[in-house]
Design a protein around this ligand. Structure first.
Ligand code: PGA
Length: 258
């Protein structure tokens, strides 16, 4: 299985989101093998986008959520509210929220636990800054972020957590990490996960890559067994680019006969 997450960020309003959802559905038309595909519009577009993707294989994701079920938390959105509009996945700990809004490892941890307790699937983003990368601190940063996000997490039954390795220097920069670099980090994350959750499978905790993925470089990542999917930002709101990514995914799935 391969997973594609489309993170539309704060880039499209309601009308554009509806059009984009229609376009995204069309990219799947006529394909025998399709990836697990999750689209993450802004909160205000979720209800309308739901109408488009209902009865399709495409799932809805949110770009954030609060860690309490309800209460006096002005401006926040709860898991229940998201479930009302059909959301089953939530992106957590995106670096833009860590950097611009001061989200800490502790806040992200609370969100992960809450999302899982509400039978939703967290997509946890982790990654090092350019400075940390250059200082050779990638593994240290990943280790801290991962251990914090997943502490006290016990996956039962079909519960899953998706991990997206997104080096900050690659996000929205056009500077994509090399396949070799991503594989090295994924190997490190996989071995850490074995320590944290003995015997956990890549089905339960798939590892994705994100950062300047586009129609041209997607295939190189997706064909690697250690890369279970991609988290796509900029290219997910350009339908021709996204179509190429879905196509690359289809080719890989066919080659693997999955
Ligand atoms: P990008 O964003 O594909 O535009 O680099 C990825 C992300 O931030 O999730």
């Amino acid at each position: 299985m391969k997973t594609l997450i489309a993170n539309w960020k704060m880039n499209v309003g309601i009308r554009e989101s509806v059009a984009l959802a229609r376009g995204t559905l069309l990219t799947l038309r006529g394909r025998k093998l399709i990836p697990e595909l999750v689209i993450c519009p802004s909160f205000i577009a979720l209800s309308e986008v739901r109408k488009i993707v209902a009865r399709s294989s495409v799932s809805l994701g949110a770009q954030n959520v609060f860690w309490e079920p309800s209460g006096a938390y002005t401006g926040e959105t709860s898991t229940r509210m998201l479930q009302e509009v059909g959301v089953s996945y939530v992106i957590l700990g995106h670096s833009e929220r860590r950097q611009e809004l001061g989200e800490t490892d502790e806040m992200i941890h609370k969100k992960v636990l809450h999302v899982l307790s509400e039978q939703m699937t967290p997509i946890v983003c982790i990654g090092e800054s350019k400075q940390q990368h250059e200082a050779g601190q990638t593994q240290e940063v990943i280790r801290t972020q991962l251990i914090s996000a997943l502490s006290q997490v016990y996956l039962r039954g079909s519960e899953r957590v998706l991990i997206a390795y997104e080096p900050l220097w690659a996000i929205g920069s056009g500077v994509v990490a090399s396949v070799g670099e991503v594989i090295e980090v994924h190997q490190f994350i996989r071995s850490l996960l074995q320590e944290l959750f003995a015997g956990v499978s890549s089905q339960q905790i798939p590892l994705l890559y994100g950062g300047s993925v586009d129609g041209e470089n997607a295939y190189g990542f997706l064909r690697e067994e250690l890369i279970d999917g991609l988290l796509v930002g900029g290219a997910s709101v350009k339908i021709n680019q996204f179509k190429d990514i879905v196509e690359a995914c289809g080719e890989v799935l066919e080659a693997q006969g999955i």
